[in-house]
Design a protein around this ligand. Structure first.
Ligand SMILES: Cc1cc2nc3c(=O)[nH]c(=O)nc-3n(C[C@H](O)[C@H](O)[C@H](O)COP(=O)(O)OP(=O)(O)OC[C@H]3O[C@@H](n4cnc5c(N)ncnc54)[C@H](O)[C@@H]3O)c2cc1C
Length: 273
């Protein structure tokens, strides 16, 4: 839709060209949310796509995903064979309620900054212990784990004028075994529960709960827990704060989360790579 209150679009070619933040500004990434509903308080858009960031950088340290990397570009990554966690990337990209257009314009950084419970890039990067690089307003930089970045439904740790620059996934996280479960109320609806388990070579197990809660939760164990211990810990921690909206009732989201958690423990308890 047209954003009739916007009178200026800035297209910086480098960080030094990014204007000082003022009321009425918004950073423009893929625009799939910004242009999907009225934005009456906005007067200026600052386009991040012109900064020319390389979408994906594979190195011995792991993977750096530029905030402006699109879902389609991420899905197209040719991951090194040693990255056993790589199938999780495609599974999360497909967990989007997304048309062809959204898939091709919407960005990983935009998905994180929207901070919706059903943000599949939040699920992916939290489960793989991702760390965000944030450009601060004064020209500096800070880092924050994705787990701590998203603080609630459409709420996060971003301060006015800050830009998410990139997300780092370590090689250690990318070489874990993974198990993925997702469900939506309708066939192609928004995720109502998206649960990911990972297990490293030493047997340490991490369960990440997303979509069924307003923000991500993580449960860490040195060894695979029993299904009973795991579900008791989930219930005690989440304790009545299951997400409630048109895409699923809290009781159903809780039931699916506990069911998937049990399945994931069983799957990662097997010997398959
Ligand atoms: C039909 C439809 C289906 C959708 N389905 C889903 C879904 O299943 N799950 C889901 O989570 N979302 C969904 N969305 C919402 C949205 O499209 C996605 O969250 C998308 O990933 C946003 O990315 P974008 O690059 O298009 O962000 P934009 O629309 O460009 O920006 C979104 C917000 O993030 C800010 N922003 C973007 N990038 C940065 C950055 N690097 N630093 C600081 N701020 C930034 C913008 O200023 C804006 O406030 C859907 C939207 C539509 C219209």
């Amino acid at each position: 839709m047209d954003l009739n209150t916007v009178t200026q679009i800035v297209r910086p070619a480098g960080r030094e060209e990014i204007p000082a933040w003022r009321d009425g500004d918004a950073y423009l990434a893929g625009g799939s949310w910004l242009f999907s509903e009225p934005q009456d308080r906005l007067t200026r858009l600052i386009d991040l796509s012109t900064l020319g960031w390389e979408p994906l950088r594979v190195s011995d340290a792991g993977l750096e995903i530029a905030a402006t990397c699109t879902i389609a570009q991420l899905d197209g990554l040719a991951a090194p064979p040693a990255w056993t966690a790589a199938p999780l990337i495609g599974q999360c990209c497909r967990a989007f309620l997304a048309s062809f257009k959204i898939w091709n314009v919407s960005t990983v950084g935009g998905n994180l900054c929207m901070s919706l419970p059903a943000g599949p890039m939040i699920s992916l990067t939290t489960a793989l212990d991702g760390e965000l690089v944030i450009w601060t307003a004064g020209g500096g930089e800070r880092r924050v784990p994705v787990l701590n970045f998203v603080t609630g439904n459409n709420r996060n740790d971003l301060r006015p004028g800050e830009i998410v620059r990139a997300i780092h996934l370590s090689r250690a996280a990318l070489t874990r075994r993974t198990a993925f479960r997702q469900i939506s109320l309708q066939n192609v609806g928004r995720s109502a529960a998206l649960i990911i388990g990972t297990r490293d070579a030493n047997g340490a197990f991490v369960l990440t709960v997303t979509a069924s809660t307003p923000r991500p939760y993580q449960f860490r164990f040195d060894a695979l827990p029993s299904a009973g211990d795991l579900t008791a810990r989930i219930d005690a921690t989440i304790d009545g704060t299951w997400f409630d909206d048109i895409h699923g009732l809290p009781a159903w989201r809780r039931a699916m989360t506990l069911h998937f958690a049990r399945e994931i423990v069983a799957e990662l308890g097997g010997g398959a790579p």
